[in-house]
Design a protein around this ligand. Structure first.
Ligand code: SF4
Ligand code: SF4
Length: 124
């Protein structure tokens, strides 16, 4: 997948930020998968998530940002801020200040379901 296609919701169990639907990533909310036991979109591409505009990424520690390419640092395809084990239990270490594209990526969207399918997470 190229840049700009991706993530999501709340991975730390906290209430969703203002302005987001309250069922994003909540287990058992219709067919919406649970982000906290997934993490697929956070480990999908080394070129994602990108930072959009000058203020995006404010508050994120510098060592987690790839300044040259204006995106999150990654280990392989895995975002440097992703904690835990994909497909089991994950969290975002910068959740409160995560990039805009992460805020806008919707659990249960076509892109979400495609990522989960490609990574075999929909069989978990
Ligand atoms: S791929 Fe979907 S379910 Fe998995 S963490 Fe991302 S938004 Fe949540
Ligand atoms: S910043 Fe957080 S929500 Fe965004 S890809 Fe990285 S771990 Fe996932």
């Amino acid at each position: 997948m190229g840049a700009g296609v991706l993530p999501h919701a709340h991975k730390d169990g906290s209430p969703p930020p203002e302005g987001l639907p309250d069922d994003l990533g909540r287990p058992g909310a219709g067919n919406i998968p649970d982000c906290q036991s997934c993490g697929g979109c956070c480990a999908w591409s080394e070129t994602w998530p990108v930072l959009m505009g000058s203020r995006d990424g404010e508050g994120i520690p510098e060592d987690l940002i790839d300044m040259d390419n204006e995106r999150m640092q990654s280990y392989g395809h895995r975002c440097a801020a992703l904690e835990g084990r994909i497909g089991q239990q994950v969290g975002c270490s910068v959740y409160a200040v995560r990039p805009l594209v992460c805020r806008e990526f919707k659990a249960g969207s076509d892109d979400c379901l495609m990522v989960r399918r490609e990574l075999g997470l929909d069989r978990a």
